[in-house]
Design a protein. Structure first.
Length: 262
């Protein structure tokens, strides 16, 4: 199934004792619809305050329900901040995490003096003007297969810091600046750490070439502070075409889509 969620009120995707999580809310809703316990596997875990747009999950069940029944039934038991967008039966060998070929995140920045009453918690506010062109130049030093230790959280549990970053793009849309990152997989806080570096360049605190220097240092202490979670969205997962897995809903995809020149 495809999921959207506003992560502002959650301690992240993963179930944790004593705090609300997206996983706990979804599993409780699906278990009610299935009339049996349901455990959910997600394409990519998100941290506290991070949102989902084109998130994909799978679960196994003996319950038989229509796609409409799973979608509407789950939503009837979910909080307003979590929504099942679609549901479908997939082959037994499909796995939301391990079948994925790539994952895409988008980081949305509101770049203006005044805060937003409508996007509080959903975009990161940067008061000072950002040079999006300089950010885009810095971003081009980072794609490829590298050791991303400089962009890895200290508590990251990944066995290897090596990841293949397929692309990292930056563009401006009016008062908004968008950072889009696509990779085979990401390290803990990797996208927020990339965003933090690009924001520092955009504010004129460093040259675009600094991005390459930080990457090559493999030292987290050489990089910029981690960007806030507010503007980060798990945007899309790409699977082999044979699975026919939908992307983000059209209404979401239309938001700040990059112009043709991006």
């Amino acid at each position: 199934m495809g999921l959207e969620y506003d992560g502002s009120g959650f301690a992240g995707w993963q179930t944790q004792a004593g705090v609300p999580s997206v996983q706990a809310a979804l599993e409780a809703a699906l278990s009610t619809v299935a009339d049996e316990p349901v455990s959910v596997i997600i394409a990519g875990r998100t941290d506290a305050g991070v949102h989902g747009a084109g998130q994909v999950a799978h679960f196994d069940t003996t319950a038989v329900r229509s796609a409409r029944g799973w979608t509407l039934g789950a939503n009837a038991h979910l909080p307003d901040t979590v929504s099942v967008c679609w549901a479908r039966v997939v082959p037994r060998h499909f796995h939301a995490r391990y079948s994925a070929e790539s994952r895409t995140y988008r980081y949305f920045i509101l770049n203006r003096l005044g805060r937003s009453a409508l996007n509080a918690g959903r975009m990161t506010l940067i008061h000072k003007p950002l040079d999006a062109a300089a950010m885009a130049r810095a971003a081009q030093f980072l794609p490829g297969e590298h050791d991303f230790s400089a962009f890895r959280a200290a508590e990251c549990q990944a066995r290897s810091p090596v990841r293949r970053l397929h692309c990292l793009n930056v563009w401006r849309e009016g008062e908004g600046v968008v950072i889009e990152a696509t990779a085979n997989a990401f390290l803990h806080h990797m996208v927020r750490n990339l965003a933090g570096l690009l924001i520092a360049v955009g504010l004129g605190k460093a040259r675009p070439e600094w991005a390459r220097e930080v990457l090559e240092s493999r030292d987290r202490r050489q990089a910029a502070p981690t960007a806030p979670p507010d503007g980060l969205y798990f945007w899309q997962v790409r699977y082999p075409a044979a699975f026919a897995i939908p992307g983000p809903p059209a209404a979401v995809s239309a938001i700040m889509t990059p112009p043709p020149s991006a």
